[in-house]
Design a protein around this ligand. Structure first.
Ligand code: PHE
Length: 338
């Protein structure tokens, strides 16, 4: 029995087999236990001898089992270490790190400049009511200015906003009658335009609005000068040209002196030395009144800035579609300074 047990023990390859072996020989129903049980049937003088022998065998088997168990444990440990071994010379994974989109970076820069002048940042809905996009801005249903901004309509009264100016009306309606109001509104706008190098059916604007007692055109000019210098460099000039928007009076188109100018043949400003960057003006009395303000008490200015245009000018980008192609060769150029 002992020899057979020891032989089988040698063949145990893991702890499960070892446990099965233990039950087979040493367990309550094991073969050695059976021998000890059977001793009752033995004669008086055989019993001590067989008993001693059985006990010796049990001790021997127990000891052999323990040492086999140790050996198996050691073997398992060795195998585990082998499988977990780390080759530190294997090349690592290269993680691709993203960066901020150039438009996001420009928006953040614009926000920084206007926060510095005490403006708050607000956002408004891209799906807008006809009322705020047009009506409240002095553009009634039959107004020819509606043609200036070909509109994506959702229903007769709901549309994709064509500019961020509806936030002028929304904000004034909310804040009335308190002043001052000093906000900028970055956001996406939509127009039914054919996409080409300078047009996109969707682009980003930043609206500006300041309303208080005694706000004047010169305040507009001062604020926009600070903006132009902060964005394009301290030696920039701006100039205002008369223009027309239904919701400002007077209205102006604002140019910045060409920041990329290389003289008469300049591709950016075509040699004129000036680049248009935004539309602006004094908030029309109609808009103030519609929101509940008294145009004899308060006045304000507003402007709308094209973000793609600003980015193209700042970085010398020649096609607005670059912003939307997700071409990594283009985007990676803006990754520095995450
Ligand atoms: N909303 C005008 C546009 O999209 C820009 C603008 C804003 C003009 C505010 C005047 C005042 O063209």
């Amino acid at each position: 029995l002992e020899r057979r047990a020891l032989q089988e023990l040698e063949q145990c390859e893991d702890s499960n087999q070892l446990e099965a072996w233990r039950l087979r020989f040493l367990g309550k129903k094991g073969q050695l236990t059976a021998v000890l049980r059977g001793m009752a049937k033995l004669s008086e003088d055989e019993r001590p001898r067989i008993g001693r022998l059985a006990n010796e065998i049990r001790d021997a088997l127990e000891e052999a089992r323990a040492s086999r168990q140790d050996a198996l444990k050691e073997e398992e440990r060795r195998r585990r270490l082998e499988s977990e071994r780390l080759d530190v010379t294997v090349p690592g994974w290269r993680f691709t790190v993203g960066g901020l989109h150039p438009l996001t970076r420009i928006i953040e820069e614009i926000e920084e400049i206007f926060l510095g002048m005490g403006f708050e940042i607000h956002e408004g809905p891209e799906v807008e009511l006809d009322y705020y996009n047009f009506e409240a801005l002095n553009i009634p249903k039959d107004h020819p200015a509606r043609d200036m901004q070909d509109t994506f309509y959702i229903t007769e009264e709901i549309l994709m906003r064509t500019h961020t100016s509806p936030m002028q009306a929304r904000t004034l309606e909310k804040t009335c009658p308190s002043v001052p109001v000093k906000i900028i509104v970055p956001g996406r706008v939509y127009r039914r335009d054919e996409d080409d190098a300078t047009h996109s059916h969707s682009f980003v604007q930043v609206e500006g609005l300041m309303v208080d007692r005694g706000v004047r055109m010169s305040d507009l000019k001062g604020v926009l000068t600070v903006f132009a210098r902060g964005m394009f460099g301290e030696d920039r000039q701006i100039r205002l040209r008369p223009s027309y928007f239904p919701f400002t009076e007077p209205s102006a188109e604002v140019d910045v002196s060409c920041p990329l100018c290389d003289g008469a043949g300049c591709r950016v400003c075509k040699g004129s030395g000036w680049i248009e960057i935004l539309g602006a003006g004094m908030v029309h009395p109609y808009v103030l009144e519609k929101a509940g303000y008294d145009p004899d008490e308060v006045s304000g200015f507003a402007f709308g800035l094209g973000v793609e245009r600003t980015a193209m000018l700042k970085y010398g980008i020649d096609d607005i579609r670059h912003f939307y192609m997700n071409d990594l060769h283009f985007l990676r150029q803006f990754r520095r300074g995450l």
